[in-house]
Design a protein around this ligand. Structure first.
Ligand code: ZN
Length: 180
């Protein structure tokens, strides 16, 4: 089927906390498959359910050619600090250097109900933190400095004036900058 529409900043679904997934059935598996299609077409390396208007706690990812999905993810521990340039499919045209914990310990479930217990660092850690933020209703603008936020607001105004359909193609895979 055609990819889902990706919700853009300003859409209230992006700022509400998603609820736990309680029922993993065939329809859910199909939704996950559709989300991969939407993510690849965007293109991005991570896509959280609220970004397609589904207020459930799961996201799909593919940052190293190993596609995966995690359901009801929880960060149980964080360590260190790292700065990465982040972009977001829901805030097209913007990317910023953002400081977050460097390493995370995450638990969750896969589609078969197996528990996932992951120690992540580097870019994987960043992807997971960004997507888990989406499940909390937090967009990356919440992590910007006052200066970055002022720049973001000005750029967003310009982008809105252009119309979202005329945004420049996001740069994907340039250096460490990825769209999440
Ligand atoms: Zn995002």
């Amino acid at each position: 089927m055609a990819p889902h529409l990706i919700r853009i900043i300003g859409d209230p679904v992006l700022t509400q906390r998603a609820t736990e997934v309680t029922n993993v059935d065939g329809a859910f598996a199909k939704l996950v498959q559709d989300m991969f299609g939407t993510m690849y077409e965007a293109p991005g390396v991570g896509l959280a359910a609220p970004q397609i208007g589904v207020q459930k706690r799961f996201f799909v990812f593919d940052y190293d050619d190993e596609p995966g999905v995690i359901i009801n993810p929880v960060i149980v521990e964080t360590r260190g600090e790292a700065e990465f340039s982040e972009g977001c499919l829901s805030i097209p045209g913007l990317h910023f250097d953002i400081v977050r914990p460097a390493e995370i310990h995450v638990k969750g479930y896969d589609l078969d109900g197996n528990e996932l217990d992951l120690e992540l660092d580097d870019f994987a850690s960043r992807v997971f933190q960004h997507e888990i933020d989406h499940l909390e209703g937090i967009l990356m603008e919440k992590h910007l400095t006052a200066e970055q936020l002022a720049e973001a607001r000005s750029t967003l105004r310009e982008l809105r004036a252009l119309g979202v359909g005329q945004l420049p193609e996001p740069e994907v895979g340039v250096g460490r900058f990825r769209i999440l």
